[in-house]
Write a new protein. Structure first.
Length: 377
């Protein structure tokens, strides 16, 4: 394991962030200036005013998205605010460009009021071809995405929800192939924020039936008081065994653990209580629910994390660039569940020979973007 903290601070200080803006055209003569700006640009303005669809042909709208955050759920660090969100959103923008040639710009909002966020995104939407919501805490993120998808005519995608769900489903498909599971696997999802709820929903829609969801207070079930609206909905669709208690009670005799929660909440003894050859997806960032070495020592067949310094990295970067590449190219307005499932299956198929240490494509595998983009139709 490497310590990248000092290097990260040094890099960001040296370059003052990771992004810059440059012109696509050379402004090196009076004629060039007249064509790109005044008087020539007036003709372009008049053309768009007569036919708004031409904005996609004549401006950056065709290939530009906004990465919108309020800084309320940054990585696994929590509510650090909009300024602290900038490095992450800059990083996402750099990844969009690197892996899918999508131009993306970070928009970090100084409000955590859902209505204000919705209003602001609608105001800035004209210049963008899509909206990527990022690091907005649950349950507000669900309402924000739902409203914006309904009220905008461009695709809106919350990566913490759907990007995570795509990659988890892809990894699970290959992990189960390696394990050779024939019976319906028992799945425990620990964490009921944006990622946990969306992972559970996509797994259910893909046909998995035996899922129990836990949060910091334990098993989510219909009789539990104090559940928010999203947890009440998920309680109706999960926990077919009517389990109660804490994570340790839910994990006994389970086949799969999917963690999007907090570091060190899964112990070796819990892994030993699972069925033989369990699959462990411990994705809390930057520190997982259990270290892979500990999970494997306790009997896990496959251990995956969100980190790049261990095998089986479950990273959204193999999903979200392709989602927007396909959405922009195909002028998709709504990104549907069927598209997400198809994207996950396409990603899984990118790994020709899955193994215990190789269940997902690597971030620098260029076929990932193409595979996901093909699903956005």
């Amino acid at each position: 394991m490497h310590n990248y903290n000092a290097k990260a601070l040094a890099l960001h200080k040296k370059f003052h962030g990771k992004l810059s803006i440059e012109s696509k055209v050379d402004l090196d003569s009076k004629e060039a200036l007249s064509i790109a700006y005044t008087p020539g640009v007036a003709q372009v303005c008049k053309a768009i005013s007569k036919d708004k669809k031409l904005a996609r042909e004549y401006t950056i709208k065709r290939n530009t998205i906004a990465i919108v955050s309020d800084g309320s759920a940054i990585l696994g660090l929590g509510n650090l605010g909009p300024l602290a969100a900038i490095p992450v959103m800059e990083g996402k923008a750099a990844l969009f460009k690197k892996f899918a040639n999508v131009d993306a710009f970070p928009i970090c909002l100084d409000t955590q009021d859902a209505e204000e966020i919705i209003k602001t995104v609608k105001y800035i939407a004209p210049i963008f071809g899509g909206i990527n919501l990022e690091d907005i805490s649950a349950p507000r993120c669900f309402e924000i995405e739902k409203r914006l998808r309904k009220e905008l005519d461009i695709p809106v995608f919350h990566d913490d929800q759907h990007g995570t769900a795509i990659v988890v489903l892809a990894g699970l498909i290959n992990a189960l192939n390696v394990r050779g599971t024939k019976n319906e696997p028992r799945i425990v999802v620990n964490g009921a924020g944006a990622a946990g709820i969306s992972i559970t929903d996509l797994l259910l829609k893909n046909g998995f039936k035996d899922i129990t969801v836990c949060d910091s207070k334990g098993v989510i079930h219909e009789s539990r008081i104090g559940l928010n609206s999203q947890k009440r909905l998920i309680a109706k669709k999960t926990n077919s065994h009517s389990l109660r208690g804490l994570l340790k009670d839910a994990i006994a005799e389970a086949d799969i653990f999917i963690g999007v929660s907090a570091k060190n909440v899964l112990t070796e003894s819990m892994v030993r209580s699972m069925n033989q050859n369990p699959i462990i997806f411990a994705m809390a960032n930057p520190d997982p629910e259990i270290l892979p070495d500990n999970a494997l020592r306790a009997g896990a067949l496959i251990a995956a994390t969100g980190r790049s310094d261990y095998p089986n990295q479950i990273n959204n970067v193999i999903a979200f660039p392709g989602v927007f590449r396909g959405a922009l190219d195909n002028q998709i307005r709504d990104i549907t569940d069927s598209m997400l499932i198809k994207a996950a299956k396409n990603l899984a198929h990118c790994v020709t020979k899955p193994s215990k240490n190789n269940i997902l494509p690597k971030p620098f595998d260029s076929q990932s973007v193409r595979a996901v983009a093909r699903a956005m139709r």
